[in-house]
Each structure stands twice: as structure tokens, then as C-alpha cells.
Design a protein. Structure first.
Ligand SMILES: Cc1cc2nc3c(=O)[nH]c(=O)nc-3n(C[C@H](O)[C@H](O)[C@H](O)COP(=O)(O)O)c2cc1C
Length: 196
């Protein structure tokens, strides 16, 4: 094999790896390096994927009149839509998602309502969605997980998996890394067999 051919194969190989691991994580917590932030960072470093901190984005609440179209929601959504797998990372605050995660999910309605965004909304169909969450309870409540499940169902997305860590004493790598790595392996496996 000559040098040029070999280099082309390496590039194609890189592209295949990139395509297989096409995932992005959206994090929303009241502290970037808190329990949820540390958990998603561990997962993201395993998968070599981007974590978007919703706190760094200027995304305003849902507006029936859509007077907020010049904020960061649409550019962020285009970044999200470039991936096959979307990981939603949030702490459980009062049995529900964090406020910025709720605002983000509410804004997804824009994709279902604005004629020029309908085609973008349809691109959510078939994507895999994951939930990464922390709380001080032993498990997330069924209603917490179901709110995600039903939202994904509505959007035509498939719930690929949920990981919850009980962080009464904070994120403890010695205790929690195993679960984080197990979850990363699940996402990695799913990206290799998209139909799975
Ligand atoms: C405002 C607030 C509300 C919370 N509500 C709950 C709750 O409903 N159930 C629970 O188990 N833990 C609750 N917790 C604990 C957090 O879920 C837990 O400490 C989580 O790991 C924090 O993640 P973070 O460091 O990313 O904020 C709450 C914490 C805060 C600050």
C-alpha cells in the first residue's frame, strides 16, 4: 500500500470512528462542577464527546409569540441535530429537572410550531436520547423518568438509557466511576449498532 493510500485509509478510519461516536451532552445544573457536572464529564471523557453547559447559553423561556428567536436556542439545536445520540444531564431538583433543562425542553416546542423549523424538528425522530441524573435519593422517581420518556416518545426519539447516581456525599470517583463507565459503555455500544 503506498503512502497516499495509507493516509486516505487513516482518514476514513477516523471518520468512521467519529460517525460511530456521534453524541453530544447537554448539562444543566446550578453548579458546573457539582455532582451532575462531574458525572457527565466522566462519561464525556470516556466517549470523547462535547458537553454543552446550558448555563453558558442565552436561552429564554418559551414564548407563545416567538419573540426570542435571536437567542442561542436555534444555533444550539443545530449543533444537537448534527448528532445521533443526545444525552440530557440534570440534577433532580424538587422531583424535577433543573430550571435551564426545563427551559430548553420547553423551547423544543419551537421546532414543532414554527413553519421554518418543522423540518429541523423532524430530524429529532429516530435519535437516541439518554438521561444522566443525580440526587440524594436511592433512585429517580418513576414520574421523573417518565416525563423524559414521554417527551422523547412525543418527539419520536428513543430512550436509550438512564443513569442515576445517589450523591448524598457528593460525586465520589471511587464509588461512582464504575456506574459512569458502565453508562459510557452503553452509549458507545448503541452508537456502534444504531438500530439496537
Ligand atoms: C434545589 C434543590 C432541590 C433538590 N431536590 C431534590 C429532590 O427532590 N430529590 C432528591 O433526591 N434530591 C434533591 N436535591 C439534591 C440534589 O439532587 C443532589 O444533591 C444532586 O446531586 C445535586 O447535583 P448538582 O451538584 O449538579 O446540583 C435537591 C437539591 C437542590 C439544591
Amino acid at each position: 500500500m503506498n503512502g497516499e493510500h495509507y493516509n486516505a485509509n487513516i482518514s476514513i478510519g477516523k471518520f468512521i470512528v467519529w460517525a460511530m461516536l456521534s453524541a453530544i451532552a447537554l448539562l444543566s445544573s446550578s453548579r458546573r462542577l457539582g455532582n451532575t457536572g462531574q458525572l457527565i464529564d466522566r462519561i464525556a471523557s470516556e466517549l470523547n464527546i462535547e458537553v454543552v453547559d446550558l448555563a453558558s447559553q442565552r436561552i429564554s423561556s418559551y414564548d407563545y409569540d416567538h419573540r426570542n428567536r435571536n437567542d442561542d436556542f436555534e444555533p444550539l439545536m443545530r449543533r444537537v441535530l448534527a448528532h445521533d445520540q443526545v444525552i440530557f444531564a440534570t440534577p433532580i431538583y424538587w422531583y424535577a429537572v433543573s430550571p435551564a433543562m426545563k427551559v430548553f425542553l420547553d423551547r423544543v416546542s419551537d421546532l414543532l410550531e414554527l413553519p421554518d423549523l418543522l423540518s429541523e424538528g423532524r430530524r429529532l425522530r429516530g435519535k437516541k436520547a439518554y438521561v444522566v441524573c443525580t440526587s440524594i435519593g436511592s433512585d429517580p422517581s418513576v414520574t421523573f423518568v417518565d416525563a423524559f420518556r414521554e417527551t422523547f416518545d412525543y418527539l419520536g426519539m428513543h430512550l436509550g438509557g438512564v443513569v442515576h447516581l445517589s450523591c448524598q456525599d457528593g460525586y465520589l470517583p471511587a464509588v461512582h466511576d464504575t456506574e459512569a463507565l458502565k453508562f459510557a459503555a452503553l452509549v458507545r455500544e448503541a452508537t456502534r449498532s444504531p438500530a439496537g
